[in-house]
Write a protein that binds this ligand. Sequence first.
Ligand code: NAP
Length: 258
Amino acid sequence: MEEEISKSDYTKELTGKIALITGASRGIGRGIARKLASLGATVLVNYNGSEQKAQELAEEIAAAGGCAECIGCDVSDFTACAGMVEQIITKYGHVDILVNNAGVTRDNLLMRMSEEDYDKVLDINLKGAFNTMRHLAKYFLKQRSGKIVNISSVSGVLGNAGQANYSASKAGLIGLTKSVARELASRGVCVNAVAPGFIDTEMTQALSEKAREAGVAAVPMGRMGSVEDIAETVAFLAGDRSNYITGQVICVDGGMAI
Ligand code: NAP
């Protein structure tokens, strides 16, 4: 007989879990932090420049009955990430969920792209995820469980004119995800990627009206996605309902990558 699933199995399915979300002060990361906290996880809100916003989010989560703490760290800095992980392990003893969400754009056509803008995007979007996984891997291996979710992009799946640096970082993140998934699978650690399409955040609000219209025109479902659309998928990959899924890329993009 099939097991009956009560509503409560879903409502607080992450109770007792410790979740580190990078770049959680704004946008998609903030949405993910809110969602995981609402499911019972203690969320560690990583930020780099937006300390005030991270603090406000932690207060909002606490006011709603959840648990959150802010941790400042530039994820592109290998040594700083080691310090962040050490700080977390000292206080909480372990991490169950790591979401590598921190990301930036420095868009330009290849012919006009500076070396600095190329390096900046790769350092944060790709090396940042390496840094956190590198320092947390031994704890995940030791506890023989864990969920890592890397936020890639439809640009990493399809490529995008004007985003050579960003697409390279996000495609690289997919390769990194699949390789680490293979390395950690036998110890019960799942590593997956989510590839958002065109999502309404400050990152896309910074685009010109023309670019935003062109972006929406490329979405078969005809609208931008919300941070909640992404957070729902991350919550699924962070919880027990996805325990047999690893090394996958889930496009949450209204059909852009069909
Ligand atoms: P956003 O609104 O610009 O927020 C970016 C977040 O990344 C901020 O919280 C920022 O924190 C953090 N961050 C940037 N550099 C960092 C660093 N060096 N160390 C730690 N945190 C850093 O962007 P978003 O739209 O929410 O994007 C979130 C993720 O989704 C990114 O990886 C992005 O590439 C990906 N994505 C977005 C879309 C979209 O349409 N919006 C589509 C596909 C993929 P501070 O402000 O504190 O520095």
